[in-house]
Design a protein around this ligand. Structure first.
Ligand code: ATP
Length: 254
């Protein structure tokens, strides 16, 4: 569903990504991990068709740059790390924007569009907030609204850049379980970034460890979340314990 070959990205005169190869199959969940500044968000932005790049990126067999804006929006939904919020926008209007690729240019939203939005708002505990201005929500409420807009888009590929960084542990589990259900029910393909390594390993089929703009390891969580790799790449002191659903990474005080 996602095929990246020899990806290179230069920003502000610096080479940010070099020779990145990555494939994600339909229905698969791959999470990109790596230290601050490694190039994770840049990789997601490139896959989302938002960046000039070298090499090739295709979605479902079509090169991203060959897709029109509308085709791209029907194929891939993005939750950016810090989305731009139009001023004065209410929650319902913002989430309805996710239906834009499904509405004809001069048309209005259909009963199905409204039903999809209602369903997503309900699943994300957002029904009480529909009339509120986005600017008045807490960080965690706002993050769920960003996800709601992306899910309302009903695209087969979902790109999530640190989607749960502002969420309490209960909402974090709700959100990740919801995404997991959707990929099982609808073959949704998920490419995410995450800093919580234990959670990353619990939900992803595979992890891709990026450092210095290159892929340094890829594989099932148990192969990537090793003390040796994490110590080297993050310069962190960690213990990796065996959990019921994968490795548990515990920071250790010096
Ligand atoms: N427009 C730009 N000009 C120059 N450098 C940039 C630009 N945009 C991003 N960078 C640099 O590219 C590198 C990778 O950034 P990116 O946001 O992809 O990292 P990241 O792995 O997502 O980091 P984090 O974990 O901190 O979110 C960083 O060093 C960043 O400063």
């Amino acid at each position: 569903m996602i095929r990246v070959e020899g990806l290179g990205v230069t920003l502000g005169g610096s080479e940010i990504l070099t020779g990145v190869d990555l494939t994600v199959s339909a229905g698969e969940w791959v999470t990109v991990i790596g230290p601050n500044g490694a190039g994770k968000s840049t990789l997601l932005r490139a896959v989302g068709g938002r960046l000039a790049h070298r090499g090739s990126i295709s979605l479902n067999g079509t090169h991203v740059s060959a897709l029109s804006r509308r085709e791209l929006a029907r194929t891939v939904a993005v939750v950016a790390q810090t989305p731009v919020v139009p001023p004065g926008m209410t929650v319902i209007d913002y989430v309805l924007l996710g239906r834009t690729p499904h509405i004809s240019p001069l048309g209005r939203e259909s009963a199905r569009d409204l039903a999809v939005v209602d369903g997503v708002l309900d699943r994300l505990d957002l029904a009480p907030f529909v009339g509120r201005l986005l600017a008045t929500l807490s960080g965690g409420e706002r993050q769920r609204v960003f996800l709601a807009r992306a899910l309302a888009q009903e695209a087969p590929v979902l790109l999530l850049d640190e989607p749960t960084s502002a969420l309490d542990i209960g909402h974090q589990q709700d959100v990740l379980d919801l995404v997991d259900d959707l990929r099982r029910d609808r073959d949704l393909t998920v490419l995410a970034t995450m800093h919580d390594l234990s959670v990353a390993g619990e939900y992803a089929d595979r992890l891709v460890l990026v450092a210095g703009g290159r892929v340094v390891a890829t594989g099932p969580p148990a192969e990537v979340l090793t003390e040796e790799l994490l110590t080297t790449q993050y310069r962190a002191r960690v213990k990796v314990l065996k959990g019921a659903h994968g490795p548990i990474v515990v920071p250790v005080r010096s």
